[in-house]
Each structure stands twice: as structure tokens, then as C-alpha cells.
Design a protein around this ligand. Structure first.
Ligand code: GLN
Ligand code: ZN
Length: 769
């Protein structure tokens, strides 16, 4: 008889934790500091206190190895920029004079100096600050933050693992600095960067780090052979260092694909892989390379991006399979818990039964610990948790909230015909021209107008019970009157009601749709000190009653020209919410689309001839791997068409997109079959107009001529010049004149002048035709 050596006890760990604190203390301290009300010392103490309390919470929950270095005053990629000394030239003096002040200057800019550009962290709703590199970049190691935070955790008597953005991902997320040729490839700096990482690793080892985690999520995207070679070289070189801690290379958000064999072969001591649904292929791929003999595998089996309870028994099955593939298997969430709210137990307004389906950071940590225990000691050791979990999963699966037979029957009955307008575009265009009677180069706006102080006060008063709904709605009507009066006077052609009744373009609809949940405290960091509370798509979606019709109809009753109805599209409703994990995204999108379709049709019945369905998130939700794009775009564009196809040919459907380059989704934009699209374009000098033209886009388009991201007022001449540029790509019969996006973040004075200039520009250019 042989006795197997006892498997090593599985450790529980996470890669990062929400930074803000229970009551968003961090946000308050940082913003207070910006306003000069909070000293740097007080801010530092607040931050240190939050880190300590997070680590204590994690340790008390049973986490064996806590992460350090994941904390940030603003963004962990910016922290990495500081760590490697890649401070942009224009910020150097400020950083040298005052490290903290200079740090915030890089993040937010100052009166004189532009900040770093901000962009989305992979396909999450977190934004990072893009490093700016060039052939002259000199890297220097600054390990102070990493070392200090490790020492803080050690001082609490904890086993800690510093987490750093890995060198390959850091370079792949960078862009050429201003003035550097656009074709400069930051990856060519790898050999210069690695010695800096070597120095940081040595410092961390000297400070007592046993393991250091290097995050390489960029390797889950499609990578060229040259990029994969760079990854191989990076970890061969770092692995060959003698003065270093053990290295754990982490990836998440998707499958590693061709990067898996590269990392499996690398001379590092461990890999952390995502094993949640979207990365499920990692399991077979790991088996195919013969597992990780002699290595530590950290298995991300608890989804770090959704808010649903884990299926503990399914995760245990995965973990059991993995036991055969690595020397030791530890348990983790699939990615940093930064992307989920802190604590579901803080929610008071959610039905206790439904609350049991939800897991935020705190609950996910407990799941990780339970799974590690089950893996080490067998299911008997976690029998109670498994039984309770089974009950919760069954209650969710069988709930009338998640299964509304009427919604399901309707979604199943959708035919292709339901997703197609009755007439092809050219015929619709003729009908709409006759119906609307618009001039060439028609002017319009994207929907929202400045949210005034009176409006904000009224909203706060309503929430606090100081005024009733009647008084609040009176305020909304007044705002609508003012917005319409201005637009008529300014001479805009297609008007909007200004969206004063909306706090947020997704939340406003989520609150009115059955099947959506709102949280009270479910804050998630979007960027810096900005936190959002995404609603939760929890069940089957239906619309108990019209959502926007009465405000649009009211606005139309005041106007002599067409007022555009304004809705948020199905893809964006998903993208900025937490989505269901118990059915394909396309199914959820279809349910939302059907609810919105009813709204579109009701708007038409109420006399609205122009209806805009915003899809700013269409591009940003594109899957990380190109192989998955077709399937995504198929359901996404179908959902949009299902929303909009029920109207008459002479009703004009608009859509709107921003925040992105659109070059790679022009076909998808075409597939929406919207009559008119408005797009962000002012900063790129109408680039998108040329892209649409190159594709042969046959419909009408309004590339923005007014950059609404800054208070700067574009002159009429400047807007006219942009229009002339637009006309070189799009003929006058199909060109619209509008700002880049909504005006809700702007103030009235600059908005007024900018829109007046926009109308002047349209008139000037019309006269030249
Ligand atoms: N209609 C919305 C608005 O004007 C669109 C916002 C957006 O695209 N993000 O505010
Ligand atoms: Zn926009």
C-alpha cells in the first residue's frame, strides 16, 4: 500500500480590495485635501487607517496571504508610473517639489499642465492613467510605496504579498508621449524597464516579501508573436535574478490563450489564472501544457467582476481538477475585488431573500476562504456552507423575479422581422425628409442640458422630504421650459427636453424597469475619487409603464419644431450595470430591448417624430479577444434594432456614441440601421467622418463640432471649419451639426454661446453650398 503525501493546505488570498472604505472616507479625505481643507498628513493617516482596516478584515475572514500595494490615492497604474520613474517631462518639476501634489497633478492636471490621459482598464468600468513613454524615457526605481505598505502589513503580523502591475502589461498599456512619433512601440523599452523591476523586487525581498505578484492581464488579449516573445524574455530575465522573492504571475479577465504556454514555461514559481466562465478555456489549456509541475497555482474561481454568490460546489469541482495539475493550488477571486462594492450586508432596502444571492467584496472573500478550507479538508469541513449555498442558488434559479413567464415567452417569440424596419433606409430617408422638413445641415444637441443649482437642490430636497413630488415636478417643468425657450431662440432645428429629470442615464431607466435592483451603498471606483453605484440586472426585465413619454410630450407641447425623444440603449443599459450570470448576455439584452421598444413605440404614438437611442457603450464592451467580437456584435446590434424597428418609416431613429475610436466598429454602426448617428469627433478633427465615408456608410451622421469636455467655447468660425472638413467626407444631404455629447457637465453661460456659435456655423456653411 502506498501512502500519498498529504496535499499542502490550500491558502486563501485576493489580489486587491476596494480602496474607499465603508463610508467612502478616502474620497472625502482626498477631495478635502484638494480643496485645502485636509492636510497631507491627515490624508496619509486616513489612507493608512483604511489599509489597516482592510487587512484586518481580510485576516479576520481567514485570508492567509493579504495583498499589499493595491491601495492607491488615485490609480494603481499611475502608482506604477511613479514606481518606475516614468514621470512625464511636463510634471517633473511639480513631482520633485512635492511628491503628493505632483502625483495629483499628473492625475488631474493643473491650470497650466495637462493630466495624463485616462482610459478604461480592459473591459471594466475602472479607468487608469495612461503612461506616456518615448525613446528618451529613463526609468528609475522608486519602491518606497510598495515597501512601506508591505511593512505596514507586517507590522500587523500578517503574511503579505505585494501586487504590482507587471512590466509587459505596463508597457502594453502605455502610449507614445506627446511629441513622440505615433508609431513608437513602448515595448521596445522592455530591456530598460526590467532592471528597474529587478531593483524593486530586491527591495521587497529585503523588506521580507516571500512572494510578489506581477499582474499581466494584457496577456489575455490577442498578442503578436513579438509581444509573446517579449513576455517570455521578461520572465526569463526576472526569473534568473538571484536576489528576488518568489514570483507569482497573474492574469485575469479572460483566457490566456497562446500566452499560457509562455508563462507555464517561464522560470517563475507560480501562476494565478482566471477560471471563471469567460476564462474557462484556461482549464483545458493548462492540462494541454501538462499543468504546472513544481509550481504554485492560484486559482481565481470566485468571480471578481460580478456581484453574484459563487456556486461553491462547482468551484470545488474545478479546484479538484486543478489539484492534479500543479504542485499546490491556492484559492482566490478571479481579479482584484476593486471592481465590486464592499459589503452586501450594508444594503437595507434589498429583500433579504434576494440579498442572499448577492456577494460583494466581503462576501466574496468569505467564499474564497470557504473554498480553500473545503479543498484542504474535504467537503465535510464546509458542509453547512455548501448546504446554505445550494438553497440560495435554488431560490435564485426558481424565483419569479428571475423567471417571468410573460417576459420569457415574448423574448422567445421574437423573429428576425421584429428586428428590421419595414422599409429600407433610402425610402425611409425620403419619408422622413417630407415629414420633418428640416434644412440641410440640421442642428441639434445630444440630449442633456446643464444641470442647474436649482435642479440639484430640488433633487436633494425631494430625497430629504423637504418638498413633495408635485413641487419637484414643477421644477422639472420649469427647466424644460427654459431649455426649450433657449433652443427656439438660438434657432436649433431638432430640439431636446434637456433630461432634467435624470440623475444618470442608466439609473433613471433601471429604477423604472422591473427586474433591476438598486443599491444604497454599492459604490465602485470609476476613476480617482469618482465612484458609481451600478444598478443590478437581477431578474427578467419588463416595463410596468411608460418612462419618458410625459416629459417628451410636455416639451413637444411647448415647441414649434420637432422634439427628440431620448432613451438609453440596451447595450449601454447592460454595460453600466452588473449583469446576470445565469443566462447569456444576449438574452438579457433582448429583454431590455423589448421593454425599450415599447417605450419607443409609445413615444411615437404620443407624437414624437425623432427618437434617439444612445449607445455610448457599444464600443467599450467589445470583448477582449477578436475571436469573440462577432458573437458580441451580433447580439448587441440585434438588441438595438429590436428596440427601434417598431416605428413607422417616417419616424427618424437617431443613435449616439462617444468615448472611443470607432474605426473598428463601423460595420456594426451600419448594422444598427439607425437613420442618424451623432458621434464624438471635435478633438480628432472629424476623423470619424472619414472612417464612415471610407466604409461607404450610407446614412446621416453628425460628427461633433463642439468638444463638450472642456468649458472652452468654440468660435463660429472654428465650428464652421470643422463642418467644412466634415463635408469633404459626408455630403450635405447627410451631414448633421451637433456637439460631441450631452451638456449636463457644462454650465449655462458657455453652453449658450457655444450653441449659438454652432447655429451660426451651420448657417454660414449652408450659404456656401
Ligand atoms: N443623451 C445623453 C446626454 O446627452 C447621452 C450621454 C452620453 O452619451 N454619455 O447626456
Ligand atoms: Zn455621449
Amino acid at each position: 500500500m502506498t501512502t500519498k503525501p498529504a496535499a499542502a493546505a490550500a491558502r486563501a488570498t485576493v489580489y486587491g480590495y476596494p480602496r474607499q472604505g465603508q463610508s467612502r472616507e478616502l474620497k472625502k479625505a482626498i477631495e478635502g485635501h484638494w480643496k485645502g481643507r485636509v492636510t497631507a498628513d491627515f490624508l496619509r493617516e486616513t489612507a493608512a487607517g483604511l489599509r489597516r482596516s482592510n487587512w484586518r478584515q481580510l485576516a479576520a475572514a481567514g485570508v492567509d496571504e493579504v495583498p499589499t500595494g493595491d491601495f492607491s490615492y488615485y490609480d494603481h497604474v499611475l502608482d506604477t508610473t511613479v514606481m518606475v520613474g516614468a514621470i512625464p517631462e511636463r510634471h517633473r518639476a511639480a513631482v520633485e517639489a512635492d511628491a503628493l501634489g505632483g502625483y495629483f497633478a499628473m492625475a488631474r492636471g493643473t491650470q497650466d499642465v495637462a493630466p495624463l490621459e485616462m482610459t478604461k482598464w480592459f473591459d471594466t468600468n475602472y479607468h487608469y492613467l495612461v503612461p506616456e513613454l518615448g525613446p528618451d524615457t529613463v526609468f528609475t526605481a522608486d519602491s518606497a510605496k510598495q515597501v512601506a505598505e508591505l511593512e505596514e502589513a507586517h507590522a500587523l503580523g500578517l503574511t503579505a504579498r505585494p501586487v504590482l502591475v507587471g512590466p509587459v502589461t505596463y508597457l502594453l498599456l502605455s502610449k507614445p508621449a506627446p511629441g513622440v512619433p505615433a508609431d513608437f512601440d513602448p515595448l521596445t523599452l522592455l530591456d530598460r524597464l526590467l532592471p528597474v523591476y529587478a531593483e524593486v523586487l530586491a527591495d521587497l525581498r529585503a523588506a521580507g516579501a516571500g512572494w510578489v505578484q506581477l499582474d499581466e492581464p494584457a496577456l489575455v488579449q490577442d498578442r503578436t508573436p513579438a509581444e509573446l516573445n517579449a513576455a517570455a524574455r521578461a520572465y526569463r530575465d526576472l526569473g534568473a535574478l538571484t536576489d528576488r522573492p518568489k514570483l507569482l504571475v497573474a492574469s485575469y479577465f479572460d483566457r490566456l490563450g497562446e500566452a499560457l504556454p509562455v508563462l507555464a514555461k517561464a522560470p517563475v514559481e507560480g501562476l494565478a489564472l482566471d477560471f471563471t466562465e469567460r476564462a474557462a478555456a484556461n482549464l483545458d489549456a493548462l492540462a494541454a501544457v501538462g499543468g504546472l509541475p513544481g509550481k504554485r497555482l492560484v486559482a481565481g474561481v470566485v468571480n471578481g467582476r460580478n456581484i453574484w454568490v459563487n456556486d461553491l460546489s462547482a468551484s470545488l469541482t474545478t479546484l479538484g481538477t486543478l489539484l492534479g495539475l500543479a504542485d499546490r493550488v491556492d484559492v482566490a477571486a478571479s481579479c482584484s475585488l476593486l471592481h465590486v462594492p464592499l459589503d452586501a450586508a450594508a444594503e437595507r432596502d434589498i429583500d433579504p431573500q434576494i440579498l442572499r444571492w448577492l456577494a460583494f467584496a466581503r462576501q466574496k472573500t468569505a467564499e474564497v476562504v470557504t473554498l480553500a478550507k473545503g479543498l484542504t479538508r474535504g467537503t465535510g469541513a464546509i458542509a453547512a456552507q455548501l448546504a446554505a449555498n445550494k438553497v440560495d442558488l435554488a431560490s435564485r434559479a426558481n424565483s419569479p423575479i428571475t423567471r417571468d413567464p410573460a417576459v420569457r415567452a415574448r423574448a422567445e417569440a421574437v423573429t428576425d422581422a421584429d428586428t428590421r424596419r419595414a422599409q429600407p433606409y433610402p425610402e425611409r430617408a425620403t419619408a422622413q425628409r417630407a415629414h420633418l422638413g428640416l434644412p440641410l445641415l440640421p442642428t441639434t444637441t445630444i440630449g442633456s442640458f446643464p444641470q442647474t443649482a436649482e435642479l440639484r437642490t430640488a433633487r436633494a430636497d425631494l430625497r430629504a422630504g423637504r418638498i413633495d413630488t408635485g413641487a419637484y415636478e414643477e421644477r422639472i417643468r420649469t427647466e424644460i421650459q427654459e431649455v426649450l425657450a433657449f433652443q427656439e431662440k438660438a434657432g436649433l432645428d431638432v430640439l431636446v427636453h434637456g433630461e432634467p429629470e435624470r440623475n444618470d442615464m442608466v439609473q433613471y431607466f433601471a429604477e423604472q424597469l422591473t427586474g433591476y435592483l438598486a443599491t444604497q451603498h454599492g459604490w465602485v471606483q470609476s476613476y480617482g475619487t469618482r465612484y458609481v453605484r451600478p444598478p443590478i440586472l437581477a431578474g427578467d426585465i419588463s416595463r410596468p409603464e411608460p418612462m419618458t413619454v410625459r416629459w417628451t410630450a410636455y416639451a413637444q407641447s411647448l415647441a414649434s419644431r420637432p422634439v427628440k425623444g431620448m432613451l438609453t440603449g440596451p447595450v449601454t443599459m447592460l454595460a453600466w450595470s452588473f449583469v446576470r450570470d445565469d443566462q447569456p448576455l444576449g438574452d438579457t439584452a433582448r429583454q431590455v430591448a423589448l421593454a425599450l421598444r415599447d417605450e419607443v413605440n409609445d413615444l411615437e404614438t404620443a407624437g414624437t417624430s425623432v427618437i434617439q437611442v444612445d449607445e455610448p457603450a457599444l464600443r467599450e464592451t467589445l470583448p477582449l479577444r477578436a475571436a469573440d467580437h462577432t458573437a458580441y456584435l451580433a447580439w448587441a446590434t440585434e438588441a438595438f434594432r429590436l428596440t427601434t424597428a417598431g416605428v413607422r418609416p417616417d419616424t427618424q431613429i437617431h443613435t449616439h456614441m462617444c468615448y472611443a475610436e470607432f474605426g473598428d466598429i463601423v460595420q456594426a454602426i451600419d448594422d444598427l440601421d439607425a437613420d442618424v448617428i451623432s458621434l464624438e469627433a471635435a478633438r480628432s478633427h472629424m476623423q470619424v467622418a472619414r472612417e464612415l465615408a471610407a466604409h461607404g456608410y450610407p446614412r446621416e451622421a453628425g460628427p461633433g463640432v463642439y468638444d463638450i469636455h472642456s468649458p472652452r467655447v468654440p468660435s463660429a468660425e472654428e465650428a464652421a471649419d470643422l463642418l467644412r472638413t466634415g463635408l469633404r467626407a459626408i455630403p450635405a444631404e447627410r451631414l448633421w451639426v451637433n456637439p460631441d455629447c450631452g451638456l449636463k457637465t457644462r454650465a449655462w453661460p458657455e453652453t449658450r454661446t457655444s450653441l449659438e456659435n454652432l447655429v451660426t456655423a451651420a448657417r454660414t456653411v449652408r450659404a456656401e453650398l
